[in-house]
Design a protein around this ligand. Structure first.
Ligand code: FMN
Length: 443
């Protein structure tokens, strides 16, 4: 018999050869349908016909590449990250202050967004570009400053800065960075680099750091103002998290579970802060040593003199503060509660955005952050009045999941989601994203 010949399927042993009942299409009385007459004719398939079913995707030998390729959302990257790094590291990134209510509310606010689409618009080409502080940006996104980045993955700040450059968006280096401004500049010379400053009690040291950043070609200064003292990050307390990590019995067990992370930590440049020498202790100890509760609006004055580029004030939560910062010389503000890592039960940035943008948007650029984990969230933020959205954890999950390739995957997901959401909204360019396009439901 050739593979072209057909074969009759034998009646299955448990199928009795008796008429079965079929209901007529008109709903009339059932008719008898003999099984023998309705036998399915079978044949052997040709090899050619099997081929389409056997098509495989690209073969990825690297386990990291396989993990990243299977992540379809930032949440998926978060799951990969959770398995990939020690628990204390994951919790340091993922966690927030006290009951984590600020963070939960920030994320929940994005689930209450209702988009208002238009149909039959030509959205074959979508222009996601905008300008941020007068410079072109391919998306209304900024990579937020995050401290201790080399802890999440040894590739650290240079990797994140390079991906931001390839994506075409600004990257902000933190005062608590683990790579110096000069090294980030040489690793990512073409990236639009911002420098984030915490003003600590040694003002001269702060000014010196700012001068170094300017000399290294950083284009904007971000002053973070929501940290007079450290927030209570309880996950860090429970995990006994210290910087650098201390070797305890628990750590030794962790080395066995995450050998790759520890191998990278111990065989690359020692993990240290680029701007500080005294780094022993818990994160809260360090932050409390670094932060200065005496900082006030008056400090904006001399900072203006020390930095001749644009100044962004990060950590604004009310209309009054937004006005005061702009009166004091800020070129832009970030509505932010530090990703819920400082004041718990703080105002929810997305909810504050429309009213603050309405009050000061004509005088300064307004950005927002906190809880943004998809390109659709960015579309919502821009529609509700933000010039751009800062993302922190979104790229850090990628970094923990797979170093620079992981950040790249996070960037790709954010970009694709943003483009798709704009197409489904019927809005072909960022200028078309207005409050008419998104509203916040009560629940
Ligand atoms: C691990 C981590 C470290 C951070 N370090 C800093 C920092 O050094 N300076 C700063 O201004 N903000 C810092 N932030 C806050 C971010 O800049 C940003 O406000 C926040 O991550 C936004 O929320 P999201 O993570 O939900 O996107 C950090 C956030 C995280 C998650």
């Amino acid at each position: 018999m050739t593979d072209l010949q057909t074969v009759d399927a034998p009646a299955t042993p448990d199928t009795p050869e008796r008429p079965t009942e079929a209901v007529s299409p008109t709903g009339g009385s059932p008719q008898a349908a003999p099984v023998r007459g309705s036998r399915v004719r079978r044949r052997l398939p040709r090899w050619r016909e099997l081929q389409p079913y056997l098509r495989t995707g690209p073969i990825r030998l690297s386990p990291t590449e396989r993990r990243l390729a299977s992540a379809a959302t930032i949440w998926d990257l978060r799951s990969v990250a959770r398995r990939h790094v020690p628990r204390a590291v994951f919790d340091y990134v993922d966690g927030a202050a006290e009951s984590e209510t600020s963070l939960r509310r920030s994320r929940e606010a994005y689930t209450r967004v209702e988009f208002v689409p238009s149909v039959l618009r030509d959205v074959s080409v979508v222009d996601t570009s905008t300008t941020i502080l007068g410079r072109p940006s391919s998306l209304p996104i900024v990579f937020a400053p995050t401290g201790f980045t080399r802890l999440m993955n040894h590739e650290g700040e240079p990797a994140v800065a390079r991906v931001a450059g390839r994506l075409g968006v600004p990257y902000a280096l933190s005062t608590l960075g683990t790579t110096s401004p000069e090294d980030v500049a040489s690793a990512a010379p073409d990236t639009n680099r911002w420098f984030q400053l915490y003003l600590w009690n040694d003002r001269d040291a702060g000014v010196e750091l700012v001068r170094r950043a300017r000399a290294a070609g950083f284009s904007a200064l971000v002053l973070t103002v929501d940290t007079p003292v450290a927030g209570a990050r309880l996950r860090d307390v429970h995990n006994g998290f210290t910087i650098p990590p201390t070797l305890s019995l628990r750590t030794l067990f962790d080395i066995a579970v995450h050998p790759g992370w520890w191998f990278n930590l111990l065989t690359t440049e020692p993990l240290r802060f680029a701007a500080f020498t005294e780094t022993q202790g818990t994160v809260a100890d360090l932050i409390n040593r670094v932060f200065d509760p005496t900082i006030s609006v008056a400090d904006l004055g001399w900072l203006r003199d020390a930095w001749d580029g644009p100044i962004v004030i990060k950590g604004i939560q009310t209309v009054d503060d937004a006005r005061a910062m702009i009166d004091g010389g800020a070129d832009a503000i970030v509505i932010s509660n530090h990703g819920g890592r400082q004041l718990d039960r703080a105002p929810t940035p997305l909810e504050q955005l429309p009213v603050i943008a309405e009050a000061v948007g004509h005088r300064a650029e307004v950005y927002v952050d906190g809880g943004i984990l998809s390109g659709a969230d960015v579309v919502a933020a821009v529609s509700l009045g933000a010039r751009a959205a800062l993302v922190g954890r979104a790229y850090l999950y990628g970094l923990m999941a797979g170093g620079e390739r992981g950040v790249e995957r996070a960037a790709e997901l954010l970009r694709k989601e943003l483009v798709r959401t704009m197409q489904l909204l019927g809005v072909p360019s960022v200028t078309g994203l207005s409050p008419a396009r998104a509203r916040l439901r009560d629940r």
